[in-house]
Design a protein around this ligand. Structure first.
Ligand SMILES: C[S@@+](CC[C@H](N)C(=O)[O-])C[C@H]1O[C@@H](n2cnc3c(N)ncnc32)[C@H](O)[C@@H]1O
Length: 255
């Protein structure tokens, strides 16, 4: 017996093809192009252009000095730009972040992967006024833009330091220039494949306290298979909870 798609799915087959298979195939082709074939300088220039458009939108559409209004402007812009939407925390993740920050009441906080500044502003809203946020962003133009957004949200430069560095170099600077001995709250928000190495480096650099909470984003990415097993198997870390790919890990052992 010959089984055709039409025979198998009946009259819904064209709906299946146009509604599911075509968008799925388009998505796969786009992802293959974007991550494997598109030259990285072109990819970067698209990202920088998007970042600049977002920056202008927030500057024009938000009430300066009001963090809530600045965050709202980010969210409004994200409704029309999928790439930005994927960068921002969802409402559920924001609640999860708030609960984690309240649970720990951090004295020293480290953000790795600052990009447009959204999560930095979220964190600064949660932290007591005497706590400094150390925000790290490798890319110079992103770091400049994030710094501007944080200032526009109303946080003075005595509340945060923006370090345009690789996380390992940033930790050395925290110790040598800012006299930071340990951090008790860390948010990591960049590519799944780079985070595990940096997470393990934090312990080796002796910057984590017993009980330090580390929130790691993007752990639900389809390509991040094995990420959670790696952390679960790593000595010194305990997976506590997670929300939509935002994983909460506790550092339980000094090396
Ligand atoms: C997903 S975005 C971060 C979004 C940001 N948390 C926000 O709310 O706008 C990832 C950022 O991490 C930066 N990045 C990538 N690898 C990094 C690393 N090893 N250390 C610090 N930042 C990194 C990238 O340049 C990019 O700007």
């Amino acid at each position: 017996m010959e089984l055709t798609i039409t025979g198998f799915f009946g009259s819904n087959s064209s709906l299946l093809i146009t509604g599911v298979l075509v968008p799925l195939a388009t998505g796969v082709v786009w992802a293959l192009y974007w991550y494997h074939l598109c030259p990285s300088d072109r990819r970067r220039s698209v990202v920088v252009k998007t970042q600049q458009t977002l920056r202008r939108y927030v500057l024009f559409e938000s009430t300066h000095g009001k963090p809530e209004s600045v965050l709202q402007a980010f969210k409004e812009y994200a409704r029309r730009d999928r790439a930005i939407k994927e960068l921002l925390f969802t409402e559920e993740q924001e609640c999860f972040l708030k609960k984690a920050a309240k649970q720990r009441y951090p004295k020293t906080t480290l953000l790795l992967g600052t990009q447009c500044g959204f999560s930095a502003i979220c964190l600064l809203q949660l932290l007591p006024a005497d706590v400094i946020l150390y925000a790290v962003e490798q890319d110079e133009s992103m770091a400049e833009s994030a710094e501007e957004m944080i200032l526009v949200a109303g946080f003075k430069n005595n509340r945060f330091r923006l370090l345009c560095q690789h996380p390992v170099d940033a930790v050395h600077i925290l110790k040598s220039q800012f006299g930071v001995k340990k951090v008790d709250f860390v948010l990591m928000d960049y590519r799944y494949d780079q985070q595990i190495e940096d997470l393990l480096a934090l312990a080796k650099l002796d910057i984590l306290n017993i009980g330090t909470l580390i929130l790691i984003n993007n752990t639900k990415h389809p390509m991040s298979k094995g990420f959670i097993e790696n952390i679960g198997g790593a000595e010194g870390y305990r997976i506590v909870d997670s929300c939509k790919g935002l994983l909460k890990v506790e550092y339980v052992q000094s090396q």
